[in-house]
Every structure is written in structure tokens, then in C-alpha cells.
Design a protein around this ligand. Structure first.
Ligand code: NAP
Length: 499
């Protein structure tokens, strides 16, 4: 049984206070306001199923108004000195850090992750504000003679213009700051659309931006239950110059098609199917600890979550036994409770998917070591699960699990490990455990992913370029690369001033 700690009655005072402080309107042109048609949508706590807040539900007309506001503010914000833009971000970093506990609690309420992990996300999400506050003044160009000596080449960087930023529900704060911070640092104005399931963190974050002195129209927020209908006219509006999306690959593909007509700049952070490879020369203590982090962080609901554990046959029994013992110790419950490591999945569909993937694997011959099914009661909980000896062709090896299910596949040779690891249309991240330097180097060259953890189970860092290959996306967020997603290059040829 889960220990949800829900009595359906008095919500903790601190929770009520945090929820009461979240604005319930759309933020357009510096004003909080209701949807033009008065519609609202309900936000629920996935651990209880209870409605925790009702907020504005934007229409197509509200979407148009938000883009109008972003366009009206674009020229002034682009002309604002980079240092000032950076200082705004830095003030928000300070405010967010000071209110880390409130933001963590809010994320746990609307998304379900354990409070300690929500605090970790505040640290990670805030870091994008600090990082890009420092990158803003470093936007640079170059100057040099052309090879013929007849002229001078001047290369300058310019904000791309108004941006539309669409974020998913699984990291409600970090996915927003990872886009808003570089956009603002580059001098772009934005319309942000969080996921319907977890819009509250973005609303609270934008209230913080406002408190830090955000100029009117630079950031606008749309919360909506009709994301497709509201987004398409924005994406097709010729004034929009950039679309940045984090979410599933099928939605990303559909948005790329919409963006094609306007030849929009796009960044796509899409799905993953990460291999976690444990070689026979791995340090198993490190591999087991890394596996627990790579699989069970965020209740398994991360694009970077290890999806397929490829383990050398000589160590597979020991590895499986050790992770199974650890998985059995994971406490399931509402994320606000002490010691809880596994909160609820985001909704019924996620539970049904995890159930179906495990059933399919077992029906094809996999061994169920622990867990394997949904947990009865309020909320959408799924028991942390280990399945071993997963057979080729099982759906769990092809699909993103997005739940606390660890699937193990044995292999015999390095070549086989590489073939299995690369046998997916995705290419976001891979994890490799080996104590041999040359083997680790070979994996860097052979694995088809945009990121890799070498004896490390979590790779995300604001100072590094996050992003995928193949169906996992286009573009990079974070690092020195992140700001370039929001800049466009101009080359000017001038005459040789000495000729
Ligand atoms: P999703 O269904 O693709 O939704 C992502 C966002 O797109 C949400 O804001 C959603 O809003 C919106 N959306 C859905 N359909 C849309 C449409 N037709 N037009 C415009 N917007 C639309 O994905 P999700 O289930 O929220 O998130 C999980 C996925 O995100 C996973 O595949 C995961 O791997 C991926 N992800 C990737 C990264 C990365 O950096 N690569 C990071 C985190 C998550 P509504 O939900 O309100 O409709």
C-alpha cells in the first residue's frame, strides 16, 4: 500500500499559503487577467486527485493578445543593454533561491515529485538564470580581414525576435527557466505556454520576474486546456521568429510541420530511450548507485531516464539482485512526506502505459523481480519495478517508459552492447559504466546520443549543452550554445579602410 498521507480534509497551512500566492490569471502585456471568454481550468494534485487550484484557460484570442504584447515589447527589449538584461535575470535568481522551499512545495503539489527532488530542481532551474545572466554581456561578434585583403568582415549577433516557448509537465520550473533565461539574455521577448497539468510553477515564476522588474510585454504566459488550438495561430503568425519546444517527439514533429511554412527557427527537446550500459569491468557499487539515480529520479518521468539497462552477462545476476534489493526499499507516497522516494505518476494514462509495457515484457519471457503493477487507492501510483532478461522485440525496449520500471537486458560483447544501445530512433543520452579508459573513449565515439554519462547517472547541468541526436531533437539548451538558439548572425562586408 502507498502511504499517501491524504485525509482529503485539511491541507497543510504551508500548502494552502503557497497555492494562494500563485496568480490565477494569464499574464499578458504586464497585466494579470482572466481569459477573454472567462473560461477556467482545474489543476490537480496527482497524489490525491484533488483539485488544488482553478486558473484562467486561454483562448485563441488570448494567444493573439499575448503575441501582440511580445511583439510590441520586442524592439525596446532588444535595445536594452545586455548588462541590464543579465541583471534582471540575476535578481530573479536571488529571489527564486530565497523562496526555494515554496517553489519546491508547489512543484510537489502539482507534479508529484518528492520534495527533496523538487528542491534539487529549484537549484538546477535557478542555475539557468545565473548562467545566462552571465552569458548576456558576453554576446560577441568578430572582426577580421577577408583572405583577399580587399575588405573587412564584421560578424554581429542579433536577437531572433519574439519567441514561443512550450514546456512539459515533468520539470515545471527547470524547463521554463532553461528557455526563458537564454531568450531574455539574448534580447528576445517571449510567450510561454506551460503544460495544462502543471501550470502553477510557471505562473509563480513569472510573478517573481514581475517582482524583479520585468518590463511590460517581455514575458507573457498562456495557460490553456486547448494547447493545439491556441498554439497553431501563434506558430503560423509571421511576426513570431522562434519556437522552442520541450515535449514528446510526435508533438514536436507536428509543430515542426507548422513551423516550416514560416521558416521559423526551432529548438526541439524531445523524447529519449536512454541505454545504461554496464560492462564486466564496471565498478558495480557505482553502477548500482548510478542506475538508481538514472532510473528513479523524478519517478522515472525524465527524458533522460535510463530506459534500457544493458548489462554484461557475467555481472547481470549480481547487478539485478542488487538493484532489486534497493528498489524494494524505495518508499512510495505523496512527495511531501519524509522519506518518500517515489511519488505518483502524472495521470491514469501514465499508469496504464507502465502497466502495459511490463505486461508485454513479461508475456514475452521477461522475469518480474519486484513491483509490476499500479497501486490501489487515491492518486496515480505505480510500484517501483524491476524486470530482468527482457527479450528482443519487447515494447519496453522501443518506447519511452516514463515510469519507475527498470528493464534489464543481458549482452555478451562490446559490439553487441553498442548495437543494442544504438538500436533506437532516439538519441538523447546514454550512460556507460566501465573502469577501462579506452573502452569509455570508444563509447564516446560509438554511441549515437547527444549526451553521455561516463560512470555518472545524472548529466544535466546549466553550463553544458543539453540536447539530443536523431528523433530526440534539434538545438541545445544551456552551456555557451544555449544563448545562440535565440540569436541570429549577421555578416557585414566593409571595404579595406586602408585601400
Ligand atoms: P507533450 O504531450 O508533447 O507536451 C509537451 C507540451 O506540448 C505541453 O505543454 C503540451 O501542452 C504541449 N502540447 C501538446 N500538444 C500540443 C499541440 N498540438 N500544439 C502545441 N502544444 C502542444 O509531452 P509531455 O507528455 O508533456 O512531456 C513528456 C515528454 O517530454 C516526454 O517525451 C519527454 O521525453 C519529453 N521531455 C523532453 C525533454 C528534453 O529536454 N529532451 C525534457 C523533458 C521532457 P498540454 O499538455 O497542455 O496539451
Amino acid at each position: 500500500m502507498t502511504d499517501n498521507g491524504i485525509n482529503g480534509e485539511a491541507r497543510e497551512d504551508s500548502e494552502a499559503k503557497v497555492l494562494a500566492n500563485v496568480p490565477d490569471g494569464l499574464f499578458i502585456g504586464g497585466q494579470w487577467r482572466a481569459a477573454e471568454n472567462g473560461a477556467t481550468l482545474q489543476v490537480r494534485d496527482p497524489a490525491t486527485g484533488e483539485v488544488v487550484k482553478e486558473i484562467a484557460d486561454a483562448s485563441v484570442a488570448d494567444g493573439g493578445a499575448a503575441l501582440d504584447a511580445a511583439c510590441a515589447a520586442a524592439a525596446d527589449w532588444a535595445a536594452t543593454p545586455a548588462r541590464e538584461r543579465g541583471e534582471l535575470l540575476r535578481r530573479v535568481f536571488d529571489l527564486l533561491t530565497a523562496r526555494a522551499d515554496d517553489f519546491a512545495l508547489l512543484m510537489t503539489i502539482e507534479m508529484g515529485k518528492p520534495l527533496a527532488e523538487a528542491r534539487g530542481e529549484v537549484t538546477y532551474g535557478a542555475e539557468f538564470l545565473r548562467w545566462f545572466s552571465e552569458e548576456a554581456p558576453r554576446i560577441a561578434g568578430r572582426y577580421g580581414a577577408n583572405p583577399e585583403g580587399t575588405g573587412r568582415v564584421v560578424v554581429t549577433q542579433h536577437p531572433v525576435g519574439p519567441c514561443y516557448l512550450i514546456t512539459p509537465w515533468n520539470f515545471p520550473l527547470a524547463m521554463a527557466t532553461r528557455k526563458i533565461a537564454p531568450a531574455l539574455a539574448a534580447g528576445c521577448t517571449v510567450v510561454v505556454k506551460p503544460a495544462e497539468l502543471t501550470p502553477l510553477t510557471t505562473l509563480a515564476f513569472v510573478a517573481l520576474l514581475e517582482e524583479a522588474g520585468l518590463p511590460v510585454g517581455v514575458v507573457n504566459v498562456l495557460t490553456t486546456s486547448t494547447s493545439g488550438a491556441v498554439s497553431e495561430p501563434i506558430i503560423r503568425d509571421p511576426r513570431l521568429r522562434k519556437l522552442s519546444f520541450t515535449g514528446s517527439t510526435p508533438v514536436g514533429q507536428a509543430l515542426l510541420r507548422q513551423a516550416a511554412d514560416g521558416v521559423l527557427r526551432t529548438s526541439m527537446e524531445l523524447g529519449g530511450n536512454a541505454p545504461f550500459v554496464v560492462f564486466d569491468d564496471a565498478d558495480l557499487d557505482k553502477a548500482v548507485a548510478g542506475a538508481m539515480a538514472a532510473k528513479f529520479r523524478n519517478i522515472g518521468q525524465a527524458c533522460t531516464a535510463a530506459n534500457r539497462f544493458l548489462v554484461h552477462r557475467s555481472v547481470v545476476a549480481e547487478f539485478t539482485a542488487r538493484v532489486t534489493a534497493k528498489v524494494r526499499e524505495l518508499r512510495v507516497g505523496r512527495g511531501t512526506q519524509d522519506g518518500v522516494a517515489i511519488g505518483p505518476l502524472i495521470d491514469d494514462r501514465a499508469v496504464a502505459k507502465a502497466t502495459q509495457l511490463v505486461e508485454d515484457a513479461v508475456s514475452r519471457g521477461a522475469t518480474l523481480h519486484t513491483g509490476g503493477s499500479a497501486i490501489e487507492g487515491p492518486g496515480t501510483f505505480f510500484a517501483p519495478t524491476v524486470v530482468g532478461d527482457v527479450r528482443p522485440g519487447s515494447e519496453i525496449l522501443r518506447e519511452e517508459i516514463f515510469g519507475p520500471v527498470l528493464a534489464v537486458v543481458p549482452f555478451d560483447t562490446e559490439d553487441e552492447a553498442v548495437r543494442l544501445a544504438n538500436d533506437t530512433e532516439y538519441g538523447l543520452v546514454s550512460y556507460v559504466y566501465t573502469e577501462r579508459l579506452e573502452r569509455g573513449q570508444r563509447m564516446i565515439e560509438r554511441l549515437e546520443t547527444g549526451m553521455m554519462g561516463l560512470n555518472v547517472g545524472v548529466v544535466s547541468n546549466a553550463a553544458a549543452p543539453f540536447g539530443g541526436w536523431k528523433f530526440s531533437g534539434l538545438g541545445r539548451e544551456g552551456g555557451a550554445e544555449g544563448i545562440h538558439e535565440y540569436l541570429q548572425t549577421k555578416y557585414t562586408l566593409t571595404a579595406n579602410p586602408f585601400a
